[in-house]
Write a protein that binds this ligand. Structure first.
Ligand code: HPA
Length: 236
């Protein structure tokens, strides 16, 4: 039973899903961390693998970039494949001087000016909360593993390239946003609508105030720390 965008059978997708944006990262996670990974989707180059981690079945599925892409995949996963929990694992740009590159941010909510909510359903919303249960599991796991975690709101933007300056970021920080990325709002919207659980774990890849950027070697290492935190939390 494939859907419009996912070429898998229902039993090929686990109830617990991790979603990086990048298909290559889905492949990397499956090869490095899964026992017996198998490719379960390659439609449009979005790769999904299902395997087990410490004996628990998990699927890693790339979301692609932006609200529309995350909106399509998370909807079909929740609605058609009976997925129960999704943790997005991604990167974001920091709006705050003291939220530094390499820091790991757990999204407690997303703010967006996107019209995704209006176009998807009847409820209009600017801010959507993450699953408190999933966030509790992630916070406890981080404490146990000694992984420092910041918790706060992300801004989900539709434009990566824009003419905004540091002065413009105030309108987002005034809304409580700590960092900007492009997918979380759609994921949390679909989870809320379909009564499922979702959240986002974010590594800060660039600081928009200080213009620091993480280098590729450190990016790999720090992303691994976040990936293991997500794996250990989603099997709870
Ligand atoms: N903007 C939007 N998305 C991002 C950024 C950014 O600066 N950095 C990482 N993802």
């Amino acid at each position: 039973m494939s859907t419009v965008h996912i070429g898998a059978e229902k039993g090929d997708i686990a109830p617990r899903v991790l979603m990086p944006g990048d298909p290559n990262r889905a492949h990397y996670i499956a090869q490095k961390y899964f026992e017996n990974p198998r490719l379960v989707n390659k439609v449009r180059g979005e790769l999904a693998y299902t395997g087990t981690y410490k004996g628990v079945e998990i699927t890693v599925f790339s979301s692609g970039m932006g609200i529309p892409s995350m909106g399509i995949y998370s909807y079909e996963l929740f609605n058609d494949f009976d997925v129960e929990k999704i943790i997005r694992i991604g990167t974001a740009g920091s709006y705050l001087e003291d939220l530094k590159i390499y820091d790991i941010l757990l999204a407690d909510s997303s703010y967006s000016e996107s019209t995704f909510d209006k176009q998807s359903g009847k409820d209009e919303m600017d801010i959507i909360n993450s699953s408190t249960e999933l966030n509790g599991d992630i916070t406890n796991t981080a404490l146990m593993r000694g992984v420092p975690l910041k918790v706060g709101r992300v801004h989900t933007s539709d434009a990566f390239y824009n003419e905004e300056t540091i002065e413009d970021y105030k309108k987002y920080t005034d809304m409580g946003c700590m960092a900007v990325e492009m997918e979380t709002f759609a994921l949390l919207y679909n989870a809320k609508k379909l009564m499922k659980k979702a959240t986002s774990l974010i590594t800060i890849s660039d600081n928009l105030v200080t213009h620091e950027l993480i280098d590729s070697e450190a990016r790999e290492r720090k992303l691994d720390e976040m990936i293991v935190l997500a794996l250990e939390s989603i099997i709870k």
